[in-house]
Design a protein around this ligand. Structure first.
Ligand code: PAF
Length: 280
């Protein structure tokens, strides 16, 4: 497996592959890889001739300095996991390589980034869009793989790709869960033993909300879920929202939308966790 740190080297390598008509599957990551990431690599491997993974902790998508500092950095373990999964190359740039000058691009996603993660993490999705756009330019992928755990991110990247008419297929991939239902996340390693025991309640509440949806209105169901979280003093709910799975906007009646998704962000022992579940 090749490891590149510079943009020109990576572009040369990818350019030669493309000249040979190879399809490239791309998995963008910030490292601290877990089985969720590896499932993306494996899928990319099945669907493309060559698979590349980027590992870059993108500073401009963190709106909280402490979160950026505490983000786990485990390059050697990550590289080992990628070799085992059959990844062909890694792009692992430093900050100066990616941002020799401060990024100034501003993206307009309409209402898509005004809710949920976008509302609670100002600038986050602009930072994601800037780095993903740059990474697409460098990796020139045929297909790019994004997990549905970051559902709003997936919607933003899909919208950006469509707006800019980029020649890459965005492939949404299901959330990978621990056997007790907790969505896999690089942040899970920061949970204390006690917090880790309670963490599966997030998926349990999402799952029960899905089961109950026909018994109450979307608004009542949101309140039911928040009340369930309040039974555990360890949780602080930032949001629990039931939204249209396309526009990500709230709605009044189930019949108003074709498909709905419940999305939540909670703090548990100082760690911020997000998860979601398609309601129907
Ligand atoms: O989902 C992530 O890990 C990041 O937001 C991404 C897509 C790699 C951009 O930094």
């Amino acid at each position: 497996m090749k490891i590149f740190r510079s943009i020109p080297e990576t572009k040369n390598f990818v350019g030669a592959l493309k000249n040979n008509r190879a399809s490239i599957g791309f998995v963008p990551t910030m490292g601290a890889l877990h089985p969720g990431h590896i499932s993306l690599i494996e899928r990319a491997k099945r669907e493309n001739d060559v698979v590349g993974c980027s590992i870059f902790v993108n500073p401009i998508q963190f709106n909280n300095k402490e979160d950026l500092e505490k983000y786990p950095r485990t390059f050697d373990e990550d590289a080992e996991k990628l070799i085992n999964a059959g990844c062909d190359f890694i792009f692992n740039p430093g900050n100066n390589e990616m941002y020799p000058k401060p990024a100034t691009e501003q993206y307009d996603f309409g209402q898509l980034d005004k809710v949920m993660e976008g509302a609670h993490r100002p600038g986050h999705f602009n930072g994601v869009a800037v780095v993903v756009r740059k990474l697409f330019d460098i990796m020139n992928p045929t297909r790019a793989y994004f997990g549905m755990k970051d559902y709003q991110q997936l919607c933003i990247v899909t919208a950006m790709t469509k707006n800019l008419k980029l020649a890459v297929q965005i492939v949404p991939c299901p959330t990978i869960r621990e056997t007790d239902g907790l969505a896999m996340s690089s942040r899970n390693v920061r949970l204390s033993r006690e917090a880790r025991q309670i963490a599966p309640e997030i998926y349990r509440i999402l799952h029960d909300a899905k089961q109950k949806h026909s018994l109450m209105s979307p608004f009542e169901l949101e309140n039911w879920a928040k009340n369930e979280f309040s039974k555990f003093e360890e949780f602080t709910v930032e949001y629990f929202e039931i939204v249209d799975s396309k526009s990500l906007q709230s709605f009044g009646n189930w019949s108003d939308v074709e498909s709905a998704i419940a999305c939540t962000a909670v703090f548990l022992g100082g760690v911020r966790l997000i998860d979601n579940l398609i309601v129907y």
